[in-house]
Design a protein around this ligand. Structure first.
Ligand code: KG4
Ligand code: ZN
Length: 346
């Protein structure tokens, strides 16, 4: 079966074709980063308008690259949420109307399930069950994953998401947008190292005894530090960025290892934009190796938003439904208890 994947939840339009027998055939992406950069963050209205401009040419591109036509597509998977409503509406209306005209089914995908399953697109994919660290611009969660749709939340952020913390801190330090890659780049030129850091920031909730995160205190600590060193020169900015990255990656690594210990699992899967951070990968590689555990990541381009992860998540759900219901993509249930007051106007 050939599945077209459509991602438009935020500032990237992603299209992909995934074949359930042959794997990923083609994917194409347009990032709006440059367009939003001058505003220092995503402008929702501009994002929606740009998705409209990109979605058709990108669909044509993946069909061309995979040497397929519209008639070869068996189903369309699209991001239904969470995300910016206007942006989501573009992908949704495109996918639903194309599927309607082709008389094929649609699969509405949860954006985070897309991220969570992205590492499974790689060669030697991790097997269920595993612990997943999902670190994106909007989420920082640890999850136990037993199969498609079998997710148990182990830990969550109490305030900012890890990516959000990178973005806000980068802004505070006068680094570019998106903040994660900009801050990581600035940290590279720092002369600090593990035994000799120029600054020391706190590690919130490191020993909290649970698997939750908190990043907003770190951001405030950076604000205080940077006020003390005004005007910030490049070297001080780099040293603060270095220590901030150390603090976030220390926290993420420690909680991942606690999650593996608590669940008794030996398989860790990392996904979401912050999963592209090389310091995080370095620390997770070392820590899992010490405990004889395995860690998997998506390739760098599939850490951030893309259509391939949506096509893949849709394909996995379609496959599971077919195994259960054969080729009929429907199911039904009865409601023995049903309160009349729950009914809504049609
Ligand atoms: O998963 P994603 O593309 O979008 C969401 O679903 O949110 O993640 C974007 C987030 C942004 O906050 C960005 O700053 C962060 O991922 N990010 C990084 C890196 N690359 C992207 N954070 C740290 N280091 C990176 N190399
Ligand atoms: Zn995302």
């Amino acid at each position: 079966m050939l599945i077209l994947g459509v991602e438009s939840s935020c500032d990237e339009t992603g299209l992909a074709l995934y074949d359930t027998e042959l794997g990923l055939l083609a994917h194409a992406l347009h990032s709006q980063v440059e367009m939003h950069a001058e505003y220092g963050g995503v402008v929702p209205e501009l994002a929606s308008r740009d998705h409209i401009r990109r979605v058709l040419p990108l669909t044509e591109r993946v069909l061309h690259d995979a040497n397929k036509t519209l008639q070869d597509i068996d189903a369309i998977a699209y991001t239904q949420g969470p995300g910016l409503s206007g942006a989501l509406l573009v992908g949704t209306s495109f996918a639903e109307s194309l599927a309607f005209s082709l008389q094929i089914p649609t699969m509405n995908v949860h954006h985070l399930e897309g991220h969570l399953l992205a590492p499974l697109l790689e060669a030697n994919p991790p097997a269920f069950p595993f612990v997943a660290l999902l670190v994106s611009g909007g989420h920082s969660q640890l999850m136990r994953v037993d199969g498609i749709g079998e997710y148990i939340l182990l830990g969550d952020t109490l305030d900012d998401a890890a990516g959000e913390a990178f973005d806000k801190t980068a802004k505070l330090l006068g680094l570019g947008y998106p903040g994660g890659p900009a801050l990581a780049k600035a940290a590279e030129s720092s002369k600090s190292n593990g035994t000799n850091p120029r600054f020391k920031l706190p590690r919130p909730l490191l020993n909290s005894g649970d698997l939750n995160f908190s990043f907003s205190g770190l951001k405030t600590a950076v604000l205080t530090l940077s006020k003390k060193h005004q005007p910030l020169n490049a070297a001080t900015t780099a040293d603060i960025a270095w220590e901030f990255q150390e603090a976030v990656t220390d926290l993420l690594t420690a909680k991942c290892m606690s999650a593996l210990r608590e669940t008794g699992l030996d398989n860790l899967v990392v996904s979401g934009g912050v999963g592209a951070n090389s310091k995080l990968r370095e620390k997770l590689n070392a820590a899992t190796q010490r405990k004889l555990c395995k860690v998997s990541y998506p390739r760098l381009e599939f850490c951030t938003d893309n259509g391939a992860m949506i096509a893949f998540a849709g394909a996995m759900r379609l496959k599971a439904m077919q195994e259960e219901h054969g080729n009929k993509h429907y199911s039904f249930s009865v409601r023995p208890r049903w309160d009349l007051a729950e009914l809504q106007k049609p």
